[in-house]
Design a protein around this ligand. Structure first.
Ligand SMILES: [Zn+2]
Length: 562
């Protein structure tokens, strides 16, 4: 039986190999205005499916958005008779046409379906103004279903950008400032995970080893200058590629959209084909340091997480998130990006140690970091970042000490990257075996205890072992009370806390509160209603605990030897 299936399979693949030429879609994109509403007009030419029905893939629900069909207008067949029907539930547009038609010409218009105010919050919907547009590929280009399901793989795309004014920037995941684009051998996933922007975007080009790195942004930025961001991006990508010895990407772009926000800052980013699309709150509370972290962490995922893939998503988050965070800090410090140095690195490790040890789930085993826990509980969400970073830091020190500084964790990472090119996925066994290539001592137990079982590290012993200087007390964040958010009532106050010392008591009624979670430098301010009057209670939410913290000095910098 097995043999027959095998033979059938071979015949089938031979048949499909010898089939017609590779599929190709030609899109013409142009600007349009109807009733003073700006639109994007897209016409496409392609070979229809064999019968009388051709389906075009276009998702109505995608990336957390619904009703995306609202943005499609005026669909029309241009070269033959037929009907066009939106089939929302199946995520396709269905075209019925005469049998035997050689080519279909089909056009549709895209319209922004949200108001200006909403546009900031809805970055995964088409944004189309007179001066610019910002659209993710899956919300923009319909794709013939039979191209994707028949050839199962690759096809060619031509993009013709028509009638846009000369000073109108055309920029996307496949190139910058090109009015005719030919994209060869692309898969549906690659083509539909892309960003397309146009209009008043400003383009900043850099080159790294003859490869193009392009930063595109628009609007009037309050917190930073274009040139600072572009330089930060250049230094980040160059340092990462040099680290991995990987200059294989010919073209890479980062787009950055400003959005208005009154209070606080927020940074969002999506990793895409040859690109990273970000949007950032445009106010003075957004900082270049936050952007430095975002770029360094997210772009590091091009290797950790994307090239080196987890075998089972959450099971290896200690690696894909924890090691990414460790290498984020290490790379920034080693390359002194925006003046961050080795002393800042030690400071970051101290903070991560505090975060790990003060987490309520600090010593939970790895198999409790499940999909459900990770997405529903902030403590579990943070655990693999903290645990993985501290583990990577201590492992790096171990490898350096064992090998007399001949090797470091860097060698392990590059070795894992090489293995990933042979389609190997990361799991515990592969990781431990790879580390053991570079250490005298077998790390099997160390890995099992601290990653799999989740035991906390005996930092005093470990630091002494590496001859590192440390203080034995740490100041951590401690809110000192718990409360019922709905009822606005304080349910419990720790008698040894700063909250208690400041006068807060159980059953106090809260009129309002301002709490910077995790921040030990900002005071907590509580409005407490007592007998008809309102009192304000403020205190610094801190607690001293026994926990080693590395001293930030030259000796430690030398011994850590980044
Ligand atoms: Zn991440």
């Amino acid at each position: 039986m097995k043999k027959i299936i095998f033979l059938l399979f071979v015949c089938f693949s031979l048949l499909s190999c010898s089939k017609k030429d590779k599929s190709k879609v030609i899109y013409s994109i142009s600007n349009a205005i109807t009733d003073s509403v700006p639109l994007i007009k897209i016409s496409m030419k392609f070979q229809p499916d064999d019968g009388e029905i051709t389906k075009l893939r276009f998702q109505d629900k995608a990336w957390g958005e619904e009703e995306l069909y609202n943005s499609i207008q005026k669909m029309k067949l241009l070269n033959t008779k037929g009907t066009v029907v939106k089939n929302k539930d199946s995520n396709w547009i269905q075209i019925t046409h005469p049998k035997g038609v050689k080519e279909l010409h089909f056009e549709y218009f895209l319209k922004q379906d949200i108001t200006d105010d909403e546009a900031a919050q809805n970055r995964y919907r088409p944004i189309i103004y007179k001066d610019y547009f910002h659209i993710f590929s899956h919300n923009m280009f319909m794709l013939p279903d039979h191209f994707v399901s028949e050839t199962a793989d690759e096809f060619d795309i031509v993009l013709d950008w028509n009638n846009f004014p000369e000073n109108y920037t055309i920029h996307n995941s496949f190139g910058s400032e090109k009015r005719k684009q030919q994209i060869e051998d692309v898969t549906e996933e690659e083509f539909h995970s892309a960003i397309f922007v146009g209009g008043d975007f400003r383009i900043h080009k850099n080159e790294i080893e003859n490869n193009q790195l392009v930063f595109a942004t628009r609007g009037n930025w309050i917190p930073f200058k274009d040139s600072t961001v572009s330089d930060l991006l250049y230094r980040t990508v160059k340092a990462q590629r040099n680290f991995w010895k990987d200059h294989s990407q010919k073209y890479f772009t980062v787009t950055m959209m400003p959005f208005p926000q009154k209070e606080g800052s927020s940074f969002g980013g999506t990793g895409l084909t040859n690109s990273f699309a970000t949007s950032v709150s445009n106010n003075d509370q957004s900082s270049i340091e936050q952007l430095r972290y975002l770029f360094n962490h997210e772009l590091m995922h091009n290797w950790i997480g994307h090239a080196i893939k987890n075998e089972n998503e959450e099971e290896q988050y200690w690696f894909s998130e924890g090691f990414t965070d460790y290498y984020t800090q290490k790379n920034i410090a080693k390359n002194k990006i925006l003046k961050f140095d080795e002393e800042n690195f030690i400071e970051e490790m101290n903070v991560t140690i505090k975060n790990l040890f003060s987490s309520p789930v600090a010593d939970k085993p790895n198999d409790e970091i499940t999909y459900d826990n990770f997405w529903s509980d902030r403590n579990y969400e943070k655990l693999p970042y903290y645990r993985g970073t501290v583990f990577a830091f201590l492992l790096d020190l171990r490898i350096k000490k064992d090998s007399d500084n001949k090797h470091s964790l860097d060698d392990v990472m590059r070795d894992l990257f090489t293995q990933s090119k042979k389609d190997k996925k990361l799991n515990s066994k592969m990781f431990v075996e790879t580390v053991n290539k570079f250490t005298e001592t077998n790390i099997d137990d160390f890995f099992k205890e601290h990653i799999i079982e989740g035991q906390l590290f005996d930092l005093k012993t470990v630091f002494s072992d590496f001859d590192l200087e440390y203080s034995s007390k740490a100041t951590i964040f401690d809110q000192g009370f718990s409360y019922d958010k709905e009822a606005r009532i304080v349910t419990q106050v720790d008698p040894n806390s700063e909250a208690y010392a400041a006068g807060l008591r159980a059953d106090d009624v809260l009129g309002g509160w301002s709490i910077y979670y995790g921040n030990i430098d900002k005071e907590i301010e509580l409005k407490v209603n007592r007998e008809g009057t309102q009192e304000t209670i403020t205190y610094l939410p801190i607690k001293e605990i026994d926990l080693p913290q590395l001293l930030i000095n030259e000796d430690n910098v030398k011994k850590i030897n980044l």
